[in-house]
Design a protein around this ligand. Sequence first.
Ligand SMILES: *[C@@H]1O[C@H](CO)[C@@H](O)[C@H](O)[C@H]1NC(C)=O
Ligand SMILES: *[C@@H]1O[C@H](CO)[C@@H](O)[C@H](O)[C@H]1NC(C)=O
Ligand SMILES: *[C@@H]1O[C@H](CO)[C@@H](O)[C@H](O)[C@H]1NC(C)=O
Ligand SMILES: *[C@@H]1O[C@H](CO)[C@@H](O)[C@H](O)[C@H]1NC(C)=O
Ligand SMILES: *[C@@H]1O[C@H](CO)[C@@H](O)[C@H](O)[C@H]1NC(C)=O
Length: 502
Amino acid sequence: MSIKNHKYKFTWAILNLTRLMEVETDRKTPTKRKSSFYSIKLIICVLVLFLFVILFQAETSSLDSYSLSPTASSWAFFKKWKGLALKANHGPSHSDITDSTIISKLRESVTFLPLKDLRFSETAMSGNTWFMSSLNDTYEENEAEYLYFPSKASKGRLLCIKGRDVRDGTKSSYALAWPESLPDKTLFMKGLTFLSDSYYDYVNLWHGVCAMAPFVGWSMKNECLRPTRWVLYHWGELRNSMGKWLQNLMQATYGEVLVEGFEKGDDGPYCFEKAIVMRHNLGNMGKEKKLEVFDLLRCKARGFCGINQADRGREVNERGEPIIRLTLLMRRGSRSFRNASAVTDIFARECARVEGCLLKVIQSEDLTFCDQVKVMSNTDIVASPHGAQLTNMLFMDRNSSIMEFFPKGWLELAGLGQYAHHWMADLSGMKHQGAWWDPNGEKECPFPKEDPECFTFYKDGKVGHNETFFAEWARRVLKQVRISKLEQANKSTPLKSSACIC
Ligand SMILES: *[C@@H]1O[C@H](CO)[C@@H](O)[C@H](O)[C@H]1NC(C)=O
Ligand SMILES: *[C@@H]1O[C@H](CO)[C@@H](O)[C@H](O)[C@H]1NC(C)=O
Ligand SMILES: *[C@@H]1O[C@H](CO)[C@@H](O)[C@H](O)[C@H]1NC(C)=O
Ligand SMILES: *[C@@H]1O[C@H](CO)[C@@H](O)[C@H](O)[C@H]1NC(C)=O
Ligand SMILES: *[C@@H]1O[C@H](CO)[C@@H](O)[C@H](O)[C@H]1NC(C)=O
């Protein structure tokens, strides 16, 4: 606080000296006082220069002061701005300019720009994105890029939003404004706001978790700060809620989740006391940081659902053999197994051949959020057809294994998207043990082979099985997990603390 007080005083001193200088210049009359006047002016100039140097140092040493006291900093900036404005104005009426006229001028000059900038529609996912395209991200090593308001980069200005269109992002707009000169009819939103723009959505588990993870990472670095509210956009279009699963995960992490719908008034803008904006999903977040974020999500979810390490039971049986929990996570309808009982039989047979292996067959649709967390907390190997239910892998212990199955058509036509769960495994510290792509479909696609229509045709088909392949694959993964659990058991390291870092 002391630095800021000084800065404040210096700013005033400079302002007063500048004013004095200008008043003197205006009054400049008879020539006989001229030389003494100029020497006074010289001294004042040197003094001003000296004060500027001190001011500059004070400012560079308080880079992070914005998050603590945005108003004082932006007020200092505002004073400086006023000083410049006064100096620039040589008209006769400049001495009439008062704080309140400048404030009202600033109030009038707040400029709103469309949230979605169509000039960047071709590169919406790279660079600055088309969302708030006039603003540059802040980069920190290993962190997802973000925007924070008020900050040095925003020159102490707050973020304001106008409009709440749910279909067209160009119809809502944003602006920056100093807290002293917010636009008329502003609704001031106290506290910290998490504002997200995603190219995808907040319902799909995988897309949702990728949109939220950067906020978690930011919190971890910033005293575990929690949001007062969330504002969610997709292409600048407002979204009033997140999917149930994601909402549960965020509630587990941060407590009650409030998604802002901007329903208190249509005229005025909403300005945020503090806001953090994420528009690149995980962006530049480093690998270690990602693992830490997912460790925290796992820990928070388990705590929220009342699961503790002791419930899991022993990792090794009385004969020193590791316990291996194998879960078949089934789907109904699209991308379910064509013959689920045949697949279950294969895995049951292989599991029975390994001492300590326990097989569970779970229907994913029947599970509540906490059931999902519980099942996965008690799984070392999950085998499941491709689908959002696999995002739950993040609740397994680190280093657990995933086996994934695809219906025909995905390998040839799905592009990179089919590797989402490989990436998820990487993010959350799991081992993706490969995938099986069904070479056969129920029917052949009636269009030419490479036609995108064919992907739509195959996308949600059923998954068959290959007994030989599944049996060999299960045997291989079980063997590997057994060895790694033995090694783990032999390490006499004490159990990791199950306390979350936030
Ligand atoms: C944002 O970054 C670009 C490229 O580095 C730069 O040209 C531009 O001036 C920056 N804009 C602002 C508002 O800082
Ligand atoms: C499913 O597989 C089992 C065992 O392999 C077999 O007995 C059964 O006939 C199959 N069911 C269908 C509908 O194909
Ligand atoms: C995960 O496995 C690797 C080797 O496969 C091992 O080095 C690491 O310690 C394991 N991590 C945990 C958290 O068990
Ligand atoms: C089943 O898998 C085995 C082992 O990978 C392979 O040799 C065989 O050709 C496959 N059978 C069919 C019908 O695809
Ligand atoms: C674990 O330790 C036991 C004896 O304490 C030893 O017999 C066994 O080979 C070790 N296993 C591994 C995988 O290191």
